[in-house]
Design a protein around this ligand. Structure first.
Ligand SMILES: [Zn+2]
Length: 379
């Protein structure tokens, strides 16, 4: 078989190629997958035929993330180039690859999607459509409801979790451990949020992130600070939840406070059995909150989980070119191998992250406004 003979040439030329070692390993591995596919399908591996390469990439799309399919296509193209063949990625194939990325088509091994700017915009505007202002009567945990639509508290709490989770890049475990005293308003209008590390946590280590205040009200800025001030804290207060006089934070700055109410409480299902008091939300409920909102704004819930807002946070900040050190500090990252200490960031720097996120979300909102106009015009 000519292709197998070509493999030997390929083996030696790969070693001489000027690819970085890890790139070479990746390309090599993916090219081997293509070869196996060709052997089974009895088609030519090199030069690749468009029809077979299309089938192969379609097949990969069912099981891998869009980025992985791209890498594989690049691997096949690179090995062709190395062997003096024409680029097998025809214009048709290239536009197919573009389409795979654009629609986010991906299979079971793909990573969870991120909560991005347009997710936030869709969620906040859907919420405001239903609840333009806070009205305590509409958020009553003693009223039993039959369906998700009526679960006003679930929607409210989920917006609070997602906004705060995104702005501080929280892990689900960190969301569940939060108490109302973790919210520490500062004189300049910003808020320091104390975060109890769910991972790599050390006793006595102070850790948290800074939220920045957006301009105007929640309807103008979709920010965590505005949402908490206008909707979420009034709701908690209406339920008699808040800071306790026995709060221990002034004495033990990094302890999980047992006296104050949980930031994200859940109510016992049945009142009749004498169950009283709220409990902090569980990780599984953090996940289901993200999924519920994903579904409500027309996205596929299976692509989302609690990690989506942490990953979204980091991705948005990276895309907005926030310095890596600031990202690391803000999201309480540590090197896997080294217990490195974060470099201190200055007071203006600690707001860079929040400002970048705010800008990105407002940009998504402006873009969405344009789409809506266009749609109205069409109909
Ligand atoms: Zn407390």
């Amino acid at each position: 078989m000519e292709d197998v003979a070509g493999l030997d040439d390929l083996g030696s030329s790969l070693l001489e190629a000027h690819w970085r070692f890890d790139t070479r390993m990746t390309y090599n591995r993916w090219f081997k997958v293509w070869l196996s596919f060709c052997l089974v399908s009895m088609c030519s591996a090199m030069p690749a035929e468009e029809v077979w390469l299309t089938r192969f990439l379609t097949y990969l799309t069912l099981g891998y993330a869009a980025a992985t399919v791209q890498i594989c296509a690049c691997a096949v193209a690179a090995v062709h180039r190395l062997n003096g063949f024409d680029n097998p990625l025809t214009p048709t194939l290239k536009s197919m690859l573009k389409a795979i990325s654009a629609v986010g088509m991906c299979g079971t091994r793909s990573k969870k999607f991120i909560v991005d700017g347009s997710f936030i915009v869709a969620m906040c505007s859907a919420f405001l459509e239903e609840y333009p202002v806070f009205d305590a009567d509409r958020f009553d945990p003693t009223v039993s409801v039959q369906s998700d639509e009526g679960r006003s508290i679930m929607w409210l709490r989920a917006v609070a979790m997602i906004l705060l989770g995104l702005e501080i890049g929280a892990r689900a475990g960190e969301i569940t451990r939060m108490t109302v005293c973790c919210w520490q308003a500062r004189d300049d209008g910003s808020v320091y949020v104390l975060v109890h590390l769910a991972k790599n946590g050390k006793n006595g280590e102070l850790s948290g992130a800074v939220l920045v205040r957006g301009e105007g009200d929640f309807k103008d800025n979709y920010s965590a600070i505005s949402f908490f001030e206008e909707f979420y804290f009034p709701f908690l207060r209406s339920q008699g939840l808040g800071l306790s006089k026995k709060c221990i934070l002034s004495k033990f700055r990094t302890a999980v406070c047992p006296a104050c109410s949980p930031m994200f409480p859940v109510w016992p299902h049945s009142k009749s059995k004498g169950e009283s008091g709220v409990k902090p939300i569980a990780v599984s409920q953090v996940t289901s909150s993200v999924k519920k909102w994903a579904t409500r704004i027309g996205r596929d819930a299976s692509n989302y989980s609690a990690i989506s807002f942490r990953r979204g946070s980091v991705s948005l900040a990276a895309a907005a070119k926030v310095d890596r050190n600031i990202r690391k500090r803000h999201c309480r990252w540590k090197g896997e191998a080294t217990q490195d200490i974060y470099t201190e960031v200055s007071a203006p720097e600690e707001k860079v992250y929040g400002l970048a996120l705010r800008k990105t979300i407002l940009k998504s909102r402006a873009a969405r406004g344009k789409n809506v106009k266009f749609f109205d015009f069409q109909t």
